[in-house]
Design a protein. Sequence first.
Length: 386
Amino acid sequence: MTATNHSQVYARRLRAVLIRSIPLLEARGIVIVVLAGVVGVMSGALVTGMSELVQGMHWLLYGVQPGGRLSAMFSLASPVQAMIPAIGGILLGLSVIWLRKRKFRTPVDPIEANALYGGRMSLTDTFIIVGQTVLSSGFGASVGLEAGYTQVGSGLASRLARAFRLRRNDVRILVGCGAAGAIAAAFDAPLTGAFYGFELIIGIYSVANVAPVMTAAICASLTAEVFGVVPFPLELSGLPALTASQYIPFLLLGLLGGAASIAIMHLVSLIEHGFARLSIDASLRPFIGGILVGLLGLVTPQVLSSGHGALHREFAMNYGLTVVASVFVLKLAASAISLGSGFRGGLFFASLFLGALLGKVFAGVMAFVSPATGIDPAVAAVVGMT
């Protein structure tokens, strides 16, 4: 066979490969969207299961009635219940000792996985974080479940993507879809979940990624509703109309909210470094933190767990400035101590609660400083949450 014939054969083979590849390339985007929908369904189901498990623990440990919330209680049924977070700290400490003996590495979260490892996440890491998060929130530590939600959604998405041998970038997209679905299911808010996935996990806004991320978020939210998750919305009525003179105070409140967010993160770091400087072993820190959180819970259960019930209670009740400011300080201390002492969880919902309290404090101060401005406490609370 001559060189010309060889060239013709290779050319025909190349054209055949390209022709076969074109439909696959076109179908790849559809496959990603379908897998994103599967990820959304899984995320919605798992978020529902985790939430119900924690609610069951609150019923068993604190006597919270079905449909109620731990942080909505006006007081603990018995002072003995103040020791429950410490018991959770002991169990968490035992898990730390076990993981240390088994020489497990520090778990990788979705943000780190996408930034450094191309979206590769370990299911072992995922189940460790989920278990410790459920344990922490279930025993009343002042942390939310959102970190566990995003971990389980992203971890299973990563495993699914690698099972289909997807490209590195596609794995990262599905990891973001898992996180978006988890947040969407937790708050029945697909847009919130989608922006969470774009902003924190994927790290870039792209038109090509809108379809899979939104598919995952919507499927997760619908799945949570199918499993009977009742949305926990804030219902505000009878609010006064905003006036032009109120925009500058609200801008000031926004700046205060940003400063408070930075201060909260620094406070968590300071407490964590304080435990380290005292040379307290990591397995003992949750027990000490649990004792302190339990004592704060004796003052008001609003500081316990994530704070869903407490947030709605603050909007439903018209507390005075002193009470609201006191709850703000106590919740801030409880959340910082919980995270700084080693309890597993996040500040996602706690930040919303603290923001609402900050807004009410701001409205109370403005009522003294400038009564003519007429800042409504409920409106200020919503602005503070944002």
